[in-house]
Design a protein around this ligand. Structure first.
Ligand SMILES: *[C@@H]1O[C@H](CO)[C@@H](O)[C@H](O)[C@H]1NC(C)=O
Ligand SMILES: *[C@@H]1O[C@H](CO)[C@@H](O)[C@H](O)[C@H]1NC(C)=O
Ligand SMILES: [Ca+2]
Length: 295
């Protein structure tokens, strides 16, 4: 009887704890559960290789197209373009300049076609991957056009919010969407995307962090901290560089490439686990600049 009572009271206290946690987080009105779906891991990078990158390229989309070739989308009004770039030399082999009224954003390659979204508009463009000639346009249902990636079936999209979208590549309708949360807080400003070995990786705008997301349930798998790259560029005297943005995955050779807006270099990086425990609040400080705080 005593054990029955204590287990009931344990259940009651456990459920009231869960209730109060849910209350705290729903009070924040942020659609986040208090618990994590996955054990979150933390990684850093070291540099395996570095390649030249056009320091005028305001990188908004990046992907690997095989045969040491990258595809890149650049932004800014009057400067936007889609490019085919030689990895080793950074040489721009093909360039399709966009209309001055357009701001290029996320880019992905599905089959032989490149899909690109644009800032502040619902319009996207489709290009032939060989010669970058424009094949058509589409309209999407996201609030804005920031990042794009694909697993070869659906398009994954971001719009600067905490939502990761899955989009039908034929109809461009949103087929599902997930709010991405870390420790009960929305991860806002999801930007450039990459599908990497069954995961979605996203640059968080204005940070040197990449978040790893499970496309199955929207749960956070981990964080990759890349502060060392921009620090190195600044130490080398590159004062005009902007934020980290642009992840490309070579699935054949399992290589990860990253760059940033106006960065003179593109890095191949090795991602490795951080040995030390991550102190409370560090990830929030480094990776969640827009977090709503309970103060
Ligand atoms: C790979 O790139 C090289 C150099 O640009 C080119 O000569 C070659 O034809 C390409 N191969 C394929 C399969 O596209
Ligand atoms: C680009 O390639 C496509 C498909 O191969 C072809 O139909 C089109 O004529 C080419 N455009 C130019 C400008 O070469
Ligand atoms: Ca990418």
């Amino acid at each position: 009887m005593a054990s029955f009572c204590s287990s009931v009271s344990m259940i009651l206290s456990a459920s009231s704890l869960i209730f109060s946690l849910l209350f705290i987080f729903s009070n924040n009105n942020n659609n986040c559960f208090a618990f994590q779906l996955h054990e979150v891991s933390y990684h850093m990078v070291n540099i395996v290789n570095q390649f030249p990158h056009d320091p005028q390229a305001y990188t908004e989309g990046l992907l690997y197209g095989g045969n040491d070739t990258l595809f890149e989308s650049t932004g800014l009004f009057g400067e936007s373009s889609v490019r085919k770039v030689d990895l080793l030399t950074g040489r721009v082999e093909e360039l399709q300049k966009m209309d001055d009224s357009l701001f290029g954003e996320g880019l992905t390659l599905l089959g032989e076609r490149l899909f690109q979204v644009t800032l502040s508009q619902k319009i996207g463009f489709i290009y032939d991957h060989k010669n970058l000639s424009r094949l058509g346009t589409f309209n999407h249902e996201m609030k804005d056009g920031w990042g794009l990636a694909t697993d070869g079936k659906v398009l994954f999209g971001s719009d600067g919010s905490s939502t990761l979208y899955q989009i039908d590549p034929q109809t461009f309708k949103v087929v599902s969407k997930q709010v991405i949360c870390y420790k009960g807080q929305q991860v806002q400003l999801l930007n450039e995307l990459e599908y990497v070995n069954g995961e979605i990786w996203a640059n968080v705008y204005m940070t040197d962090c990449i978040i790893r997301i499970s496309p199955n349930d929207g749960g956070v798998l981990g964080w990759i901290l890349l502060q060392n790259l921009r620090e190195e560029l600044v130490e080398e005297g590159n004062i005009g560089i902007e934020v980290l943005n642009g992840i490309a995955w070579d699935g054949e050779q399992n290589r990860i490439f990253v760059t940033g807006k106006l960065w003179p270099k593109l890095y191949e990086v090795n991602v490795f686990p951080i040995k030390e425990a991550i102190e409370e609040g560090v990830i929030e400080q480094l990776c969640l600049p827009m977090t709503y705080r309970f103060t």
